[in-house]
Design a protein around this ligand. Structure first.
Ligand SMILES: NC(=O)c1ccc[n+]([C@@H]2O[C@H](COP(=O)([O-])OP(=O)(O)OC[C@H]3O[C@@H](n4cnc5c(N)ncnc54)[C@H](OP(=O)(O)O)[C@@H]3O)[C@@H](O)[C@H]2O)c1
Length: 243
């Protein structure tokens, strides 16, 4: 892994940040994609450089077609090479079934499923060889009644993972990590997790580092493709309750 280069989308904070630190710990250079978190991205780059790897920051708004369609090309101009793509950025809007609209569905699909696919396709065309890891969600094994557009988009991302794993073999492996209860969504606090830990067979929530560890495992593996690793304390084994 030492000397390889990874692009991680939405890497400035939370799970993306933990993944950047874990890959850097293996000697991987990191291109930190961000949208609005410029300060956090630049601070992370300094932290990664102090660990002895190269780090770059690159901005793109995944609501803007021109910005995400050029992201892999712009990353290559900065880094010179690319070996790993981690599709981590996402939106998670609260939305009940009765409230879902075509516009909200399209917005979730664009950021959470379409952009990861476009980046994967560009990676195939411009890089040609390496590893792609998509961040899915363990709730695709059941129901999430409170984030309808989001969960639909993660189902589509799961399908893209399987299609691209087949289409891009043997040069590129495509796998996914499906987190469960890890961090409270933006705007919620620890009480959000405390309220839900009872639904987790292992009776606790996970940490961002647990997800990062699974991403590193898939980035290192050369004979796994089309696989999903559930990092959710066994939550996908149970039927999800209402909300
Ligand atoms: N947290 C959990 O417990 C959990 C559970 C299940 C699945 N997951 C999945 O794991 C991944 C990471 O989760 P997380 O909670 O760490 O994610 P997050 O904090 O909600 O989002 C990660 C980043 O996505 C970027 N982003 C959002 N909208 C964007 C846009 N329009 N254009 C470009 N970037 C955009 C943001 O970048 P900026 O800050 O730079 O704007 C944000 O920091 C996600 O795919 C999520 O669905 C997480």
């Amino acid at each position: 892994m030492k000397g390889k280069t990874a692009l991680i989308t939405g890497a400035a904070k939370r799970i993306g940040r933990a993944t950047a630190l874990a890959l850097a710990d293996e000697g991987v250079n990191i291109a930190i994609h961000y949208n609005t978190s410029e300060g956090e991205a630049k601070n992370l780059a300094l932290e990664l450089e102090s660990c002895g790897v190269k780090a770059w920051t690159i901005q793109a708004d995944f609501d803007v077609q021109e910005q995400y369609e050029t992201l892999i090309e712009r990353t290559l101009e900065l880094t010179g090479s690319l070996d790993i793509l981690v599709n981590n950025a996402s939106i998670f809007p609260f939305e009940k079934l009765e409230d879902v609209t075509l516009d909200s569905l399209i917005k979730n699909m664009e950021v959470n499923a379409w952009v990861p696919f476009v980046l994967s396709r560009s990676f195939k065309e411009l890089v040609g060889k390496g590893k792609i890891i998509n961040l899915e969600d363990s709730r695709t094994s059941g129901y999430d009644w409170s984030h309808i557009g989001y969960i639909m988009s993660k189902h589509v991302l799961a399908a893209f993972t399987r299609y691209t794993a087949l289409a891009y073999a043997p040069d590129i492996t495509v796998n996914a990590v499906a987190p469960g209860l890890i961090l409270p969504p933006p705007g919620k606090d620890q009480s959000y997790l405390d309220r839900l830990v009872g639904t987790v067979p292992l009776k606790r929530h996970g940490e961002a580092e647990d997800i990062a560890e699974a991403v590193v495992f898939l980035a290192k593996s050369s004979f796994i493709t089309g696989e999903v690793i559930y990092v959710d304390g066994g939550r996908h084994l149970k039927e999800y309750s209402n909300g």
